[in-house]
Design a binder for this molecule. Structure first.
Ligand SMILES: Cc1cc2nc3c(=O)[nH]c(=O)nc-3n(C[C@H](O)[C@H](O)[C@H](O)COP(=O)(O)OP(=O)(O)OC[C@H]3O[C@@H](n4cnc5c(N)ncnc54)[C@H](O)[C@@H]3O)c2cc1C
Length: 422
C-alpha cells in the first residue's frame, strides 16, 4: 500500500496497470471505517492490484478534476482507464471485493480466495447496533474497563444521524443537528477505547454461543451480547413504492429534503415524524400536502399547531396511497378516501413516507421472546429471554421510543453487565 500526491498520479495510477485509489480525508468516520478493510484487502490482493491512498484535502484539484465529491471515494483503474463502479460512503468489504475480482481472471480470483483465512477475535461484550442505545452501552462498558466491540451494518449514529434537528436531548440550549449529536456520541464512545467494526455484513449471529460472523470470514466471540439494532421505516406496500424508493420516494427528510427546493411534496403519515418532518421540509418545498389515513393527526400538539399554522402545508385526511407511478419528472400518487372509497390522483415532485417503524430482529427471529408487534421482550435490567443476551433502545418492547429512552436503556444494560462480569 502506498500514499501518493497529485504529481505522482500519472506514474503511480494511470501508467501502473491495475490500481485501486482511495481518496480519504481526516476527521471522516467512513474513511476510518474503510481504513482497516483497505489494508486487509491490500494484503490479499496487493500482488496483483496496487493499493494507493491519496489525501483529498491536500490534493483538492485532482479530486475535483476526477469529480470526487465525497470522502472516502474508491476508484478502480486498469491500464489508465477507470473501470468498475466508484464506491463512496460506508463502503462494504464485499463491494470492494466485487470490484477487485472484476479486474482479475477467474483463476487469479480463485487463488486469492483460497488464501482467505477465517479470523477469530474475542471480547467481553459485543454490541450489535451503533445508534444512541448501543453507543451509550459502549461508553459505559468501556469506562468500566470491559473489552467491548460495536458492530454495525451501517455507519455509527443510527436514526439520529439522519434527523435534521434534535431539540429534546437534554444538555443543549439550542436544537442540535442530528448528525452532529450522533457524531459526538460516537466519538465519545470511540475515544474511550471501544472497538468499532462498522459498515460490515453480518452473516450469522449465534446467541447461545455468543458469536457473530461478519463479512463471511471474521468470527467475533464474547461473553455477552447487547442487541441495539433499532427499527426500519415501514413501507405503505402500495404498488410502485419499491420501484420508486430512492428515485422520488424517500423515508428521510434530512437526506433528501434539500433536493426539494421550490418544489411540491407529498408526505404520507400523521404521527410525530410525519408532522415534524413536514415542518422541516417546508424550508425547501413551496407546497406540501400531508396525506393521513385517519381524521386527525396522532403527532404531539406542538407539532400539529405548527403544521396547521404553516401556510405551505395542506392536509388530506381519511386517505391512503394506493399507487405510485412516475410521469416524466413527476410522481403521480393515487390516493383513496377510506370512508367514501373515492380515488383521486395527485401529481408531485417528491414523496416522503413516515408511517412508523418495524424492529430489526431478522437475525434473531425465532430465538428470542418477542411481544405481539415483534419487539424484543426484556426485564428491567434489559435482559432478554436468553441468559447473557441484553437488548436496548427502539428494538425492545416498550411504550416510548426516543433518544433519551434508548440512551437510558443502554446505561441500564451496561451497568447490569458490568456487575455480572465482575
Ligand atoms: C425521522 C425521525 C426523527 C426523530 N426525531 C427524534 C427527536 O427529535 N428526538 C428524539 O428523542 N428521538 C427522535 N427520533 C427517535 C430516535 O431517533 C430513536 O428513538 C433512537 O435513534 C433509537 O436509538 P437506537 O439506538 O435504539 O436505534 P437506532 O437509532 O435505530 O440505531 C440502530 C443501529 O443499529 C444498526 N443495525 C440495524 N440492524 C443491524 C444488525 N442486524 N446488526 C447490526 N447493526 C444493525 C443500524 O444501522 C443503526 O445504526 C426520531 C426518529 C426518526 C425516524
Amino acid at each position: 500500500m502506498k500514499e501518493i500526491i497529485t504529481s505522482e498520479f500519472d506514474s503511480e495510477v494511470l501508467q501502473a496497470g491495475k490500481v485501486v485509489l482511495d481518496f480519504y480525508s481526516t476527521e471522516c468516520p467512513p474513511c476510518e471505517a474503510l481504513a482497516s478493510k483497505f489494508e486487509d484487502l491490500s494484503d490479499l490482493y496487493g500482488k496483483d492490484i496496487k493499493f494507493i491512498k491519496i489525501f483529498r484535502q491536500q490534493n483538492r484539484e485532482l479530486a475535483e478534476k476526477l469529480s470526487v465529491k465525497s470522502s472516502p471515494t474508491l476508484l478502480f483503474y486498469k491500464d489508465g482507464k477507470e473501470v468498475a463502479e466508484r464506491l463512496t460512503g460506508g463502503i462494504r468489504r464485499k463491494d470492494i471485493i466485487r470490484n477487485l475480482d472484476s479486474m482479475l481472471s477467474e483463476d487469479k480470483v480463485a487463488h486469492i480466495k483460497s488464501k482467505v483465512k477465517p479470523s477469530v477475535s474475542e471480547f467481553d461484550v459485543i454490541i450489535l447496533g451503533a445508534g444512541p442505545g448501543g453507543l451509550t452501552a459502549g461508553l459505559y462498558l468501556c469506562q468500566a474497563k470491559i473489552n467491548t466491540v460495536l458492530i454495525d451494518i451501517s455507519l455509527p449514529g443510527g436514526h439520529v444521524s439522519t434527523t435534521h434537528e434534535v431539540s429534546n436531548y437534554p444538555g443543549f440550549i439550542e436544537p442540535q443537528a442530528g448528525y452532529l449529536l450522533s457524531h459526538n456520541m460516537s466519538e465519545q464512545t470511540k475515544l474511550c477505547g471501544t472497538v468499532y467494526k462498522v459498515a460490515v455484513d453480518i452473516t450469522k449471529v449465534d446467541l447461545e454461543k455468543k458469536e457473530v460472523l461478519i463479512d463471511e470470514y471474521e468470527t467475533v466471540k464474547a461473553r455477552m451480547i447487547v442487541i441495539a439494532t433499532g427499527t426500519t421505516p415501514n413501507l405503505t406496500g402500495a404498488p410502485g413504492e419499491k420501484e420508486l424508493k430512492g428515485k422520488g420516494i424517500s423515508y428521510c427528510a434530512t437526506c433528501d429534503g434539500k433536493y426539494m427546493d421550490g418544489k411540491e411534496v407529498i408526505v404520507i403519515g400523521g404521527g410525530n415524524s410525519a408532522v415534524e418532518e413536514s415542518e422541516y421540509l417546508t424550508r425547501f418545498a413551496e407546497k406540501l400536502t400531508i396525506v393521513h389515513q385517519f381524521d386527525k393527526f396522532t403527532a404531539n400538539m406542538q407539532a400539529q399547531e405548527k403544521a396547521f399554522n404553516n401556510p405551505k402545508i395542506s392536509m388530506i385526511f381519511d386517505s391512503e396511497p394506493r399507487h405510485f407511478v412516475r410521469d416524466g419528472e413527476k410522481i403521480v400518487v393515487e390516493i383513496e378516501n377510506v370512508k367514501t372509497r373515492e380515488r383521486r390522483k395527485l401529481t408531485t415532485d417528491g414523496v416522503f413516507i413516515f408511517i412508523g417503524m418495524k424492529p430489526n430482529i431478522e437475525l434473531f427471529r425465532g430465538k428470542l421472546e418477542l411481544d405481539k408487534w415483534g419487539y424484543i421482550k426484556t426485564n428491567e435490567d434489559m435482559q432478554t429471554s436468553i441468559p447473557g443476551i441484553y437488548a436496548v433502545g427502539d428494538v425492545i418492547s416498550k411504550k416510548y421510543r426516543q433518544i433519551t429512552t434508548a440512551v437510558a436503556d443502554g446505561t441500564i444494560a451496561a451497568m447490569a453487565i458490568s456487575k455480572e462480569l465482575i
